[in-house]
Write a protein that binds this ligand. Structure first.
Ligand SMILES: Cc1cc2nc3c(=O)[nH]c(=O)nc-3n(C[C@H](O)[C@H](O)[C@H](O)COP(=O)(O)OP(=O)(O)OC[C@H]3O[C@@H](n4cnc5c(N)ncnc54)[C@H](O)[C@@H]3O)c2cc1C
Length: 402
């Protein structure tokens, strides 16, 4: 049982809509900084469609907010990159602590409990409307209304806060992910199978009691969800992983273009967007949990600061420190998912320890895109890596200028 639960009709300094990683972390940070913060979400306990991959950098952010030893999780020892059309399968070792995989029921539940334990008020309700006036916001929920001077939208890819106070994501800035939770199977390696059609990859992330298998495509690419899901199901069946229950899921992932990352919508007078609601997901690896935690923390720090124009401070920080890195990922994306590149990548992975180390860094979130091209070029197998760099570089140069 979480303490500090309240019935609605509360007045708060800050209302946070959505208790995923962004909202829970913003709520905990604000509560520890002494703010009267209310966290609204009626969904817990719940699963979220997600791989559940939590990188070392995301874990470092949450520190000792909860007992990590008690969190059911799979410690991942390796990533396996597969190109089945060429029968190439490469085992890429990961360092201890690079990546763990957990169910989002457990991971988000621990963050939710940590926010409540820090003193955030919990309102278990769904927000149905938001109205702004001169003195703040009225947040209408299915169980009552809440007034606040400051509002944080941490309500995910379909964010109501974003829709009410700014505008929803363009379809071109979303991808649709679908797949299955494959019960009764686990592992200590993630599998990333490179695909030519649709361009991208299938992933299998092992949680303690099941695999999260998924595939995604850009929402405006014209690939029906049913056909993506059929590809995922064929993949599962071909590996005879379908002995237990298969629970299907589909969910949008913000996958912004370089132009959209260069002009993020993050805040306005008295309001902030964090995590998926702000579009902060790596469009290549789909890592979003780290950026959700980080932006939640930064929104909380801006709100609690005594500086002028805290919304602008927050915007600048997100734009300069997250947006700038993800712009590069978005520029690389088109090249990354082209069949010529994935073919070369599969070969390079099989032959080059240097390329394997760099791809391990991408999976673990430790290889910055700013230095990716030159990291590849510096590997010992220079000729192979250079062909890789040139193919990617030329692909993306034709669309974007660096
Ligand atoms: C298939 C898939 C696989 C992924 N794999 C990974 C991965 O392995 N690793 C990784 O780092 N990222 C992954 N991501 C991305 C990751 O899931 C998100 O980036 C992350 O969950 C964002 O956190 P958030 O707190 O911003 O939003 P969310 O986690 O989406 O949380 C939003 C919360 O807001 C609540 N909410 C929504 N609307 C309302 C409302 N009106 N009123 C009240 N509450 C509301 C929801 O119930 C939810 O609890 C994946 C995404 C998908 C779809």
């Amino acid at each position: 049982m979480y303490h500090a639960e309240v019935t609605p009709k509360v007045t708060a300094d800050v209302v946070i809509v959505g208790a995923g990683p962004a909202g829970c972390w913003a709520a905990r940070t604000l509560a520890l900084l002494g703010a009267r913060v209310t966290l609204v979400d009626g969904s817990h306990p719940r699963e979220k469609p997600c791989g559940g991959g939590v990188t070392g950098r995301a874990l470092a952010l949450v520190g000792d907010a909860f007992d990590r030893g008690a969190l059911p999780r799979s410690n991942i020892r390796a990533a396996r990159f597969v190109d089945s059309s060429r029968r190439i399968s490469t085992h890429v070792p990961l360092a201890d602590g690079d990546l763990m995989v957990a169910s989002r029921t457990d991971f988000d539940g621990a963050l939710f409990a940590a926010a409540a334990a820090a003193g955030a008020r919990i309102v278990r309700a769904r927000v149905t409307d938001i109205a702004r006036d001169a003195s703040g916001f009225t947040v209408t929920t299915d169980t009552g209304a809440i007034r606040a001077r400051t509002l944080v939208g941490a309500d995910g890819a379909n964010s109501l806060v974003r829709r009410r106070l700014a505008r929803p994501f363009d379809r071109a800035d979303l991808s649709i992910a679908t797949g299955y939770f494959v019960r009764g199977v686990t592992s200590d390696e993630v599998v990333i199978e490179l695909l030519a059609d649709p361009p991208g990859y299938i992933w299998s992330f092992p949680r303690p009691t099941h695999l999260a298998v998924g595939i995604c495509a850009q929402a405006d690419a014209g690939v029906p969800v049913a056909s993506l899901r059929a590809t995922a199901l064929d993949w599962i069946r071909a590996r005879q992983l379908d002995g237990g229950a298969l629970d299907a899921y589909s969910w949008p992932i913000p996958s912004l273009s370089a132009a959209s990352f260069a002009s993020l919508t993050t805040s306005g007078p008295g309001w902030y967007l964090a995590g998926d609601a702000a579009g902060l997901v790596d469009p290549i690896t789909r890592e979003g949990i780290y950026f959700a935690l980080l932006s939640g923390e930064w929104a909380a720090q801006a709100i609690a600061s005594s500086g002028a124009l805290p919304e602008r401070q927050y915007h600048q920080r997100v734009q300069e420190e997250i947006g700038a890195e993800l712009v590069r990922a978005a520029r690389y994306k088109a090249g990354f998912f082209r069949p010529e590149f994935t073919r070369l990548l599969a070969e390079a992975l099989a032959q080059s320890a240097g390329v394997r180390a760099i791809m391990a860094g991408l999976v673990a979130g430790t290889q910055p895109y700013a230095t990716l091209k030159w990291s590849l070029a510096r590997t010992a197998e220079f000729g192979l890596a250079w062909r890789l760099v040139r193919s990617k570089w030329y692909n993306q140069r034709s669309v974007f200028k660096e």
